[in-house]
Design a protein around this ligand. Sequence first.
Ligand SMILES: Nc1ncnc2c1ncn2[C@@H]1O[C@H](COP(=O)(O)OP(=O)(O)OP(=O)(O)O)[C@@H](O)[C@H]1O
Ligand SMILES: [Mg+2]
Length: 277
Amino acid sequence: MLKLNDVYFNYHNDTPRELQVLRGVSLSLGEGEYISLVGNNGSGKSTLAKIICGLLKPSEGTVIWSSEESNRLIPGHRTRVGLILQNPDNQIFSGTVEEDVAFGLENLQTPLVEMKRKVEDTLRSLHLWDKKDHPTHLLSGGEKQKLAIASIVVMEPECLILDEATVSLDYRSKEQVLETIMFLKKTKRVAIIQITSSIDEVISSERVILLDKGKILYDDQVSSFLKDSEIMDLIGFDMPAYVSISQELIGRGLIKEVCYTREELADRLLWEYQYRT
Ligand SMILES: Nc1ncnc2c1ncn2[C@@H]1O[C@H](COP(=O)(O)OP(=O)(O)OP(=O)(O)O)[C@@H](O)[C@H]1O
Ligand SMILES: [Mg+2]
C-alpha cells in the first residue's frame, strides 16, 4: 500500500547548515497493519509522519502509494492519510461537535444519509454523542482531543497516523480511541501508525519501528520487541509486567511461553494447571 525508499529529509531553517533529520528511511506498510513508531525525542518521528502525509517532501528518496510515485503532492493525496496531533486546537473548527465531525465529509460531498450515519457512529464510539450540539470551544481538553480524532477517523483514511495523540486522555478515553481504531482496522482495513512512548499502547499494536537519529534501528513484530530488553532500554521502556512475570514463571518451569496480557497469563496458568493435574 505504501513504500518509502531511502528517504532523507533536511530542515533548512534559513541557516547555512542543514539539519539532517531522516537518513535513508525505507519501510513498507500494508493495508490494515497496526504499527507503533517509537524513538527518543528528536529522533525524527513527527517528521516521518509529515513525510508520509505529504506535508513535507523528502529531500531525497521516494514515497510510493500503491505503485504510484508521489514525491510531489498529488491531488487528493492527503485524504489517504489522516494525521492526528497531540494538540487539538489547530485541528478543530468552530460550530458544534456534530458540525465539526461532518465538515470533512461535507467537503467530499458525501450523501446526507450516509454522512449522518457515519458522524453518529463515530461520535458514539468515542462517547461524544451526548455532546453533539455543544459548541466545540466549550469542550474540555481531552474532549477536544477526542473530537479531533473523531473528525479524522470519520473520513476513513487509508492510513491513520496518531502522533502522541492520546497523551492527554484519561484511561477510559484511551480505551475508547483504541476500540475505535481497532474497529476501523478490522472493518475498513485502515492502516494505523501510532507514535507513542507508552508501552501499553505498543502492546496493542502488531509491529514496532524504532527510529534512532533519523535511521530505522529496529523493525519487527511486537512480540519480538517486548522480549528484547536491550532495544527497549535504548528508548527507556520498561518490560511490561506480564512479560517479566511470565519470564520468571518460565524460569521456574511453570509455563513455557511468554504472555503479554493479564488474560493470556491467566489462561496459560489455568491450562498448565489443568494439563498437569
Ligand atoms: N520545523 C522545523 N525546523 C527545523 N528543525 C526542526 C523542525 N521540526 C523539527 N526539527 C528538528 O528535527 C529533529 C526531529 O524532530 P521531530 O519532531 O521529527 O522528532 P520527534 O521524534 O517527533 O521528537 P519528539 O519525540 O520530541 O516529538 C529535531 O532535532 C528537531 O529539533
Ligand atoms: Mg514528535
